[in-house]
Design a protein around this ligand. Structure first.
Ligand code: ASP
Length: 624
């Protein structure tokens, strides 16, 4: 549990000479004080044993009634999780009673004095049973007890190592750490803002940062050519396993850089940090593999591909074209895609297993899923007749299917088809055990994303990632509307084909972060914002400072942000980011320990000049 880099003597205080993890045979004969929590207590009558614990480890303390009657009396009252200070001699344990699993297992402390520093109620769940399954709500309500448990304690210590390694690498490479404010004006990252009403300026609000995006770009204009920050970001979104309303990101920005400069630095930094935090986990491939968005989509059906296993998608459109099978033919006639994967060992999947896959594909947006089982006695599929034996065989061959495989096929619009099958690939990869070495860290880059995607409802182009992203130089002329009027975007605009200088970094199938080379020219940024449906007034209102700043000499710049919660979760092999956060919120955004959010005090509302609508009214107004 101990942070290996700390000098133990630095931890000495008036309450302790050693931590509970420190005493060894070399200390035998010395009289020392220890302080900590009662991990376990065994009362043998004349002898009472206690395992005294702090976050550094555990020491066995023993008191003999004959030798130390007062200490013995004090220990008789003590229960688990009491906080004690004990003083006594370090002694070698009796031969045969050593505990090899404990770093202090050769010795024990023969206590002459025991002071109860704090008593404890019986905890609502065992603190001293690693791996115990405990209701998460209970853990969150008593997080201070949960954090005492070895697993969580070790994870937070590892997270601290992560933050330190990040800081070390950045400082060693000329970055300046700058804090940016929490009360700011909205910077859109595609989510809802949390807002804070201003008392001094009634009717006005601050927004909590979804990211420090505009501020870090302004720092570049200010000449800080390399900035980083461990930034708290707030986005009013629903909680998922890899996302919460409040999260921490490593935010960085660099000047006088192109895409390869940023990716190169980040790759080096990520490699050094990974080695520092989890030295036992190998990086699968260095340099990290790079895929264009198009390639990632076509091969893995995902812009955050898990590259630890194959089972790649194969476009079988050419193989099945003209088969007479209506589902495939109509999709191909409309310019859609027919894509397939071969899932090894699944040829004998039961009906309900297949149904489950179909459901999963539908949830990922597909209209359906075709399956062909490759068995020793031939192909089996509900569509065998419609597709024809020969075509089915050709399809199976195209996807490299062999006996024992279940070939899964999705026919749909471009992107929808790949993403639906990609969702199955990701899930089956884990489930079928295709990840050979779960210890490996498979980092990868995805780049060259489309700049925009059409928003039919808003009749505008939305940035696929970051609204400040630059465009590939050869695509710059595409940032235009078909009509020629910049304020009238339409789905036919050349802008739909423009590719962004945007890159995402992926780790074991999770998006770890994303960034871009930014637009640093006012005219071009205004052109891009117009495509995103902004009027000149709305641009001034939302991005005025940045647009103005670009008129005072802006260096070419770019950066990235990496999710610290996700990174820590991936490095520490956790599936849920809550497991690497000290005080996380629930799925509904509640802090169960502090009881937030909580009803607002009417006096506070008064001061802010605010009034709450009655609940029913507010909902009716919202749903119109
Ligand atoms: N601001 C972006 C985000 O929070 C990251 C970046 O482009 O640097 O996702």
């Amino acid at each position: 549990m101990t942070d290996q880099t700390a000098d133990p003597s630095a931890l000495r205080t008036s309450y302790r000479d050693l931590t509970c993890g420190e005493a060894r045979a070399e200390h035998v004969g010395r009289t020392v004080s220890l302080s900590g929590w009662v991990h376990r207590r065994r009362d043998m009558g004349q002898l009472i044993f206690i395992d005294l614990r702090d976050r550094h480890g555990m020491t066995q303390v023993v008191v003999d009634a004959a030798q130390s009657p007062l200490a013995h009396a004090a220990l008789s009252e003590v229960r688990n999780e009491y906080v004690l200070a004990v003083r006594g001699e370090v002694a070698r344990r009796l031969a045969g009673t050593e505990n090899a699993r404990l770093a202090t297992g050769e010795i024990e402390l023969r206590a002459a004095e025991v002071r109860v520093l704090s008593s404890a109620r019986t905890p609502p769940f065992p603190v001293n049973e690693p791996g115990a399954s405990i209701d998460e709500a209970l853990r969150l309500r008593h997080r201070y007890l949960d954090l005492r448990r070895e697993e969580l304690n070790a994870r937070l210590v590892a997270r601290s190592r992560l933050l330190r390694a990040i800081s070390d690498v950045h400082h060693a490479h000329g970055f300046v750490e700058v804090e940016t404010p929490i009360l700011i004006k909205a910077t859109p990252e595609g989510a809802r803002d949390f807002i804070v009403p201003s008392r001094l300026q009634p009717g006005n609000v601050y927004a909590l940062p979804q990211s420090p995006q505009q501020l870090k770009q302004l720092l570049m204009v200010a000449g800080f050519d390399r900035y980083f920050q461990i930034a708290h970001c707030m986005r009013d979104e629903d909680m998922r396993a890899d996302r919460g309303p409040e999260f921490t990101q490593l935010d960085l920005e660099m000047s006088f850089v192109g895409q390869d400069d940023v990716m190169g630095f980040v790759e080096m930094m990520v490699t050094e940090v990974s080695r520092a935090v989890v030295p036992g986990r190998p990086i699968r491939q260095s340099p990290f593999p790079r895929f264009t968005f198009r390639e990632a989509l076509d091969r893995f059906g995902s812009d955050k591909p898990d590259v630890r296993f194959g089972m790649e998608l194969v476009d079988v459109g050419a193989v099945v074209e003209g088969s007479g099978f209506r589902v495939f033919d109509s999709v191909l006639a409309e310019g859609g895609r027919v894509v397939a994967i071969a899932a090894p060992g699944m040829a004998d999947a039961s009906r309900s297993q297949v149904d489950e896959l179909v459901e999963r594909a539908k949830r990922a947006g597909a209209k359906g899923l075709v399956h062909i089982a490759v068995r020793a006695d031939g192909l089996h599929s509900p569509v065998l007749n419609a597709l024809g034996q020969e075509r089915a065989q050709a399809l199976v061959e195209a996807v490299g299917g062999s006996v024992g495989d279940l070939v899964l096929v999705v026919a749909d619009h471009d992107i929808v088809a790949q993403e639906a099958l990609g969702a199955l690939r990701a899930e089956l990869g884990e489930r079928l055990g295709l990840v050979q070495d779960p210890n490996e860290l498979a980092y990868a880059w995805v780049y060259e994303f489309p700049m925009y995607q059409w928003d039919d409802e808003g009749r505008r182009w939305d940035a696929t990632h970051n609204p400040f992203s630059g465009v590939l130089p050869e695509d710059e002329e595409l940032l235009a509307t078909a009509s020629g009027d910049p304020s009238q975007p339409s789905p036919e605009d050349p802008a739909g084909r423009a590719r962004a200088l945007q890159y995402d970094i992926v780790l074991n199938g999770w998006e770890l972060g994303g960034g871009s080379i930014r637009i640093h020219r006012r005219d071009l940024l205004e052109r891009s914002f117009a495509l995103m449906g902004h009027s000149i007034e709305s641009m001034r209102d939302k991005f005025g400072a940045l647009l103005d700043a670009f008129e005072y000499g802006a260096p070419p710049h770019g950066g990235i942000a990496l999710g610290i919660d996700r990174w820590a979760a991936r490095l520490l092999q956790q599936e849920n980011i809550r497991e690497v956060m000290a005080f996380p919120k629930t799925g509904a955004g509640s802090d169960l320990m502090l009881g937030a959010p909580s009803p607002v005090d009417p006096a506070q509302l008064d001061e802010l000049g605010l009034m709450l609508k009655p609940r029913g009214r507010a909902e009716a107004d919202r749903t119109g």
